[in-house]
Ligand binder design. Sequence first.
Ligand code: PLP
Length: 384
Amino acid sequence: MAGNSEHLETKLIHAGEPDPRIGGAVSIPIFQSAMFEYGGEASYHEIKYIRLNNTPNHTALHRKLASLENAEAALVTSSGMAAISTALLTLLQSGDHFLAQSCLYGGTYDLVTRDLGLYGISFDFIDGADPGSWTAQLKPNTKAIYVETMANPLMDVPDLKGVIEFARRHGLVTLVDNTFASPVNFRPAEWGFDLSLHSCTKYLNGHSDIVAGAVIGKADLVERITHKLNLLGGTLDPHACFLLHRGIKTLALRVRHQNDCALALATFLAEHPAVRMVNYPGLESHPAHAIAQTMFDGCSGMLSFELHGGVAAAERFMSNVQLPIVAPSLGGIETLVTRPATTSHSGLTPEERQRAGISEELIRVSVGIEHPQDLIADFTQALA
Ligand code: PLP
């Protein structure tokens, strides 16, 4: 039983596994049963039922995910957006206000700017890198602060220590979308965050074959979010639980390789004469390099860059590369390239994109687990 081992690699395999093993099964079986026999449960939330997120497939994942981030508790959800929306709708009520980092994942941006207002929840955007400017945006009804560890597509990193200190001073709940970093590179609970949110669709599952999410953090908050999820219905199906459980076991091997490979690719691109600029926190040139060095164990497989020659050069590059697949999403084993202006950030107006620093020609790369030399060779021919 190595569930309490300090090393992430060991926890990925052993933490949270059923003890004793179910029927001796080395790999947890899929419990494809909507309901379970009544066992004397006292409350509605304890009855075993797939929508209540408490089958053996769910509970094993909850224990494993909490252990990976050294947090008290965890909950899996039907998607990353289910994790984000259910967490925000649990913590905030009509009349509440919260602060959010201005550069957010597109789905979260839409939820915050278009939908939460319908429930009487207001927000202000903050500049994540400038804690000195946050106090002016506080209101008597401000309840929470929401940031992303690394923000798409420029790999912006907010002042994460600043977020914790500010929230402690003003009694705010802290939420961080830790999807891009994954528990391999950043564990929010260790730094004092109340809640870490994930699209497990990305690194945690890692194989581009399911959509799933997770909320990890303080036990009392996770319990409240679980009750809300039970009513909103964003449960993860047991088969998807099984695939996520299987994918997670290789997380450290995949992400460490992706960290190394992305750094090699970013370094290559930064030195290439056809490249105008590269965004990767692992490079000294990135504004958040110092934060990444002190707080992260790696900078993920995500990077973005611009070529001299604008959109035409970007399109030429994307049609010339052979190994990467031109597709949205990220964090899987295959390298993907996209142009955020036409995919993840196409919902923003050109002016909004310009304000966010996202140029029309920006190319985003999600580095997979191919050999870095093969990727660099392919990028070299595509840039030629
Ligand atoms: N958070 C981040 C940072 C994302 O990139 C995404 C999806 O791309 C999400 C959340 C939403 O996740 P899902 O698609 O699993 O709902």
